[in-house]
Design a protein around this ligand. Structure first.
Ligand code: GLN
Length: 386
């Protein structure tokens, strides 16, 4: 790609697009890219249609329609006792992706550093590079994907500007525990840095494990940008309605960048998502319990097939180790998996600066219909030892 700026050259394609294309080409069951194969709540779909029919088809306000900003603020109060001002402390974005990009671009000067954990969601590395900043990653290690506090401490320097956190964590399914968040918060305060926290899987935790938003820790609301998205919670990944809440000065900084990225998006989807956020608790409980069941369904299949499974406590991903089957390269295996057994997955090593510890790790998405998961499990059971 001779025309592409140098800093973006390592990011010419995404593994999600590649593996979805491979699945489509081969007709494999796609447990690679994380998207549900069923629609979100019927009322949500109807509300979007109604909004389109009633003329909500021009630019919404740059910060998002008032109904949605108020609904986001209500949601933060209802679930976390946070109290963002819907007019100055909430910003609607084109998915969580734009909220992440705009936050990094707004806060980092070239040469600044961003501390994040690896494996990391792929857009983090690309956005940090786009800003001319540098990432400093702290490894999460199997089987529990914990981190070494000393390594986290050592990642902070006088150039650290942001800690970019993701909990529940893609791809590992780790839900950061309060004591882990407390250490991150302590270091953020000591080094006077902002925490940007990607909580798109906030309602997808299992086994009674609570999601603890960083902003709920003492003193942290003042230095935290909290990001979420309708895509995961309401199974509408194609709508690209995301948001953030943060103190007014931080929100204003991110808004300044956001308005020149997309300006706005998804006019008729915004009021529909506003209504969905107010759905009763039962909706949110069923979302989590339904996914937990699917997790268990796929886990059984993967174990029966001889893969080592690292049980996720959140998200809709399972990380496995394919080494017990004799495979020594997850990237290579993912390219061959559709032809071998008719299933697509995603290698974890591509989300790491140091691919070695993740060399044999492979991620499967379980946000699929039960029959699809059962069929995938049956096929994976045929992945005989090499
Ligand atoms: N977040 C989804 C995943 O992790 C994919 C999103 C994308 O394709 N950019 O699978």
């Amino acid at each position: 790609m001779p025309y592409l700026v140098e800093r973006m050259r390592p990011f010419t394609s995404t593994i999600f697009a590649e593996m979805s294309a491979l699945a489509n080409r081969t007709g494999a069951i796609n447990l690679g890219q994380g998207f549900p194969d069923t629609d979100g709540p019927q009322s949500l779909l109807e509300d979007a249609v109604t909004a389109i029919r009633s003329g909500a088809n021009q630019y919404p306000p740059g910060i998002g329609v008032a109904e949605l900003r108020h609904a986001i603020a209500r949601h933060q109060r209802r679930f976390y006792d946070l109290d963002p001002d819907p007019d100055t402390e909430v910003l609607v974005t084109a998915g969580a992706t734009e909220a992440i990009a705009a936050s990094i671009l707004a806060l980092c000067e070239p040469g600044d550093e961003v501390v994040t954990f690896e494996p990391y969601y792929d857009s983090y590395a690309a956005c940090i590079a786009l800003a001319g900043a540098t990432r400093r990653t702290v490894p999460l290690r199997k089987p529990d994907f914990g981190f070494d506090p000393a390594e986290l401490r050592a990642a902070f320097t006088d150039r650290t500007r942001i800690v970019l956190l993701n909990s529940p964590h893609n791809p590992t399914g780790k839900v950061f525990a309060r004591r882990e968040l407390e250490l991150i918060a302590e270091l953020a305060r000591a080094h006077d840095v902002i925490v940007v926290t990607d909580e798109v899987y906030e309602h997808q935790t299992f086994d009674g494990v609570p999601h603890v938003p960083m902003a709920t820790l003492p003193g942290m609301a003042d230095r935290t940008i909290t990001i979420s998205s309708a895509g995961k919670t309401f199974s509408v990944t194609g709508w690209k309605i995301g948001w953030l809440d943060a103190p007014a000065e931080l929100t204003a900084a991110v808004r300044a960048v956001k308005q020149f990225l997309t300006y706005v998006n998804g006019g008729p989807f915004q009021p529909a998502i506003a209504n969905a956020l107010d759905l009763p608790d039962g909706f949110y409980q069923q979302l989590a319990s339904g996914l937990q069941r699917k997790r268990d369904l796929l886990t059984r299949g993967l174990r029966a097939g001889g893969l080592e499974v690292f049980q996720p406590r959140g998200t809709y991903f399972i990380v496995t180790d394919v080494a017990p089957l004799g495979y020594d390269d997850g990237v290579e295996l993912c390219w061959r998996l559709p032809e071998l057994v008719g299933v697509a997955a995603v290698p974890v090593a591509v989300f790491c600066d140091d691919p070695e510890p993740a060399r044999t790790l492979v991620r499967f998405a379980f946000c699929k219909q039960d029959e699809v998961l059962a069929e995938a499990a049956e096929r994976l059971a045929k992945l005989t030892a090499r």
